[in-house]
Design a protein around this ligand. Sequence first.
Ligand SMILES: *Cc1c(COP(=O)(O)O)cnc(C)c1O
Length: 451
Amino acid sequence: MRFVSTRNESPAVSLSEAVMTGLAPDGGLYVPDALPQLDVEKLNPEAPLATLAPRLLAPFFAADELRPSLEVMCESAFNFPLELNRPHGDEARFFVLDLFHGPTAAFKDFGARFLAECLTRLKQPEDPPFTILVATSGDTGGAVAAAFDNRPEARVVVMFPEGRVSSLQQHQLSCWSRNVLTLAVKPDFDACQALAKQAFADEEMRRGFNLTSANSINIARVLAQLCYHAWAALRVHAITGEPANVIIPTGNLGNALACVWAKIMGLPIGRILCATNANETIPDYFLTGRYTPRASVPTIANAMDVGAPSNFERLMALGDREALTDFGVSAVGVSNEAIRGTIARDHQRHGLVWCPHTAAGLHAYHGLVGAPKQQPWVLAATAHASKFPEVVEPVIARPVELAPPLKALLDRPAHFETMDASLPELLRHMREGLGHADRTRINASSGFPRP
Ligand SMILES: *Cc1c(COP(=O)(O)O)cnc(C)c1O
């Protein structure tokens, strides 16, 4: 299979090249020249994700140098539980797909871990270690650092905005092995992102550190994500005899796009409803047919604070608004008040505690009316509630118990360095901080209160 740019001005490449490059040279995103059609009848709905995934992904890897490793990569990347539950009772046709049992308790672990498997295998023995540079507003940096932690082939530089992430997030960004350098950058996320861009544009820096990107436009992340949507759809279909309708809390559209691809590949998926927060670029597009990217506004579901969704180009490569609507794709925006209200209501009625992003999706489910509501629905639960205690605890008026993977992280010492957003500063920190065996780690410097 070959991969082409959404902007059609770069040569087609192999999957490995697409994974290594991230963004196509013309600024577009890599997509397969045609999505494979699967013989879905032959897929076993009882198979665990690690077994199902290679069968789904084999056509994408056909003839690629990574093909012989596909089974092993899936086995290693998807080594934590994936669960489909019916929290409102076994008779209910409401399913929740728990995507938060990975090392950093959010769905980004699937994509980041699979990407790590791909990249570490693509490194030639004679190459110097590659350096993943990631600017993060919270969740992504942790998932990427965790995925590459302790891998000698890779070094990771995480830049987060100083003082702008929660104490739990800060710890999760800075509690890794020596191959991860964590930097608190002043003053905000925009500065982090601008600095990362500057570094990638700097030839000396890019070559000197063998810089690579792991952001959400990397095709490996989308491929990993389509696997769990397929896994859930097969199970729901086996249980109910009907296709699964899916609700996806949405920011950069990576998770939702993966679900659309899975449906095109023939999996039993019905409607795909994207739930954004107050950043309504996608809902507005479906309403008006016009795409108007804009600056993001901060919300309590901050991992979805995106005004210009990076995967929109991949969605557009599939068809226009009419085509997408006919295919069952839609979007709805959910306000902070509605998110809080949904968390409170489901806690009161069912004793359940949702993360703010998942709650946006649940609100969208409650808003369904008529015949569609009678059909089976799957809500993608994108993070564990305990990642967002600042939002959730005041609403339910009690503490949320930490997810087990997060508890384990708290036992690790944390260390980060603070710096101004300048390229020379970044260079200095990277020269001094990367790969030094004697770099000492300062315990509890993240200030996170230990339980
Ligand atoms: C990243 C993230 C999202 C948004 O996913 P996209 O693929 O960017 O649309 C939703 N929820 C959580 C918890 C996230 O971390």
